[in-house]
Design a protein around this ligand. Structure first.
Ligand SMILES: NC(=O)C1=CN([C@@H]2O[C@H](COP(=O)(O)OP(=O)(O)OC[C@H]3O[C@@H](n4cnc5c(N)ncnc54)[C@H](O)[C@@H]3O)[C@@H](O)[C@H]2O)C=CC1
Ligand SMILES: O=C(O)C1=N[C@H](C(=O)O)C[C@H](O)C1
Length: 233
């Protein structure tokens, strides 16, 4: 496949490495230095850029009739607008807050745990996410996905980075040098704590998942998630 990389930072470079190993070609690399670009030679576009430019990039790919995968986090207030834009153009679009197989399994594990724990009111849930110090958004997109799924399956109402009131999920966002991404969910009672944790050892899982999604979407039309790609959940 001919791949356009919209964003050629830490993730763009990780994706390029794995794409070449899987016999794909990188036909375009867009960075903050790029003035104009042409997507006509691309079979698929992969956006790992910045929260402030992701929507523009996604719309640009849809305007060019190129299927678009987005992993950029921190822009989801505009998600519904992007879905409508894609539907109007009969395009192909897939967003995932986390492309790694491990985290997508962790999403399922957390959902099941939240359903189980919703019956046991002595426990309250908290979350911790740790990422590298260059990360622009907090909490992580993955933490938001995890929290939203807990809210959908329990009587928690919202998440907060501040001190949690009853029915709120407290998320602690830590920033530590060279940390690719760690997420831990804990259910606390006076007697004990139950925790589940996912630790990314590198960016390879995110990059491989994004490429698998790009290969999968290249001959499809519609709006998708990683559940469609991995056939889980
Ligand atoms: N969904 C997932 O599995 C993952 C998502 N992410 C997210 O991906 C995004 C990028 O992460 P990193 O690569 O670590 O960031 P980074 O800061 O290393 O790279 C960002 C890139 O975007 C480029 N850029 C700036 N303006 C642009 C524009 N107008 N169009 C296209 N590119 C532009 C920058 O020049 C840079 O190359 C973040 O939002 C991060 O949260 C990161 C890892 C995994
Ligand atoms: O910025 C990152 O690095 C990551 N961002 C994603 C997120 O916000 O959840 C996914 C992963 O945790 C790495």
């Amino acid at each position: 496949m001919n791949i356009a990389l919209l964003g050629y930072g830490k993730m763009g470079k990780s994706i390029e490495k794995i794409a070449l190993e899987r016999d794909h070609q990188i036909v375009l690399k867009v960075t903050s230095e790029t003035d104009t670009f042409d997507l006509s030679g691309a079979d698929v576009a992969i956006d790992f850029s910045l929260p402030s430019v992701a929507v523009k990039n996604i719309k640009r790919a849809l305007d060019s009739n190129v299927p678009i995968i987005s992993g950029t986090t921190g822009w989801l207030d505009d998600y519904n607008e992007v879905v409508t834009y894609c539907e109007q153009r009969e395009g192909s679009f897939l967003y995932a807050s986390n492309f790694s197989l491990g985290v997508n399994l962790f999403f399922e594990l957390s959902k099941k745990l939240s359903q189980l724990m919703s019956e046991f009111k002595a426990y309250h849930v908290t979350m911790e996410e740790i990422h590298h110090t260059q990360k622009l958004d907090a909490p992580s997109g993955t933490a938001i996905s995890l929290a939203e799924a807990i809210i959908a399956n329990t009587d928690y109402t919202n998440w907060t980075l501040k001190e949690a009131k009853p029915k709120e999920i407290h998320i602690e966002a830590k920033r530590i040098e060279n940390t690719p991404g760690t997420h831990e969910i804990s259910y606390h009672s006076d007697i004990d704590t139950i925790s589940i944790k996912h630790i990314a050892h590198s960016r390879a899982g995110f990059a491989l998942g994004a490429l698998i999604a790009a290969e999968w979407i290249s001959d499809k039309k519609g709006i998708f998630t990683m559940k469609d790609v991995l056939n889980i959940g």
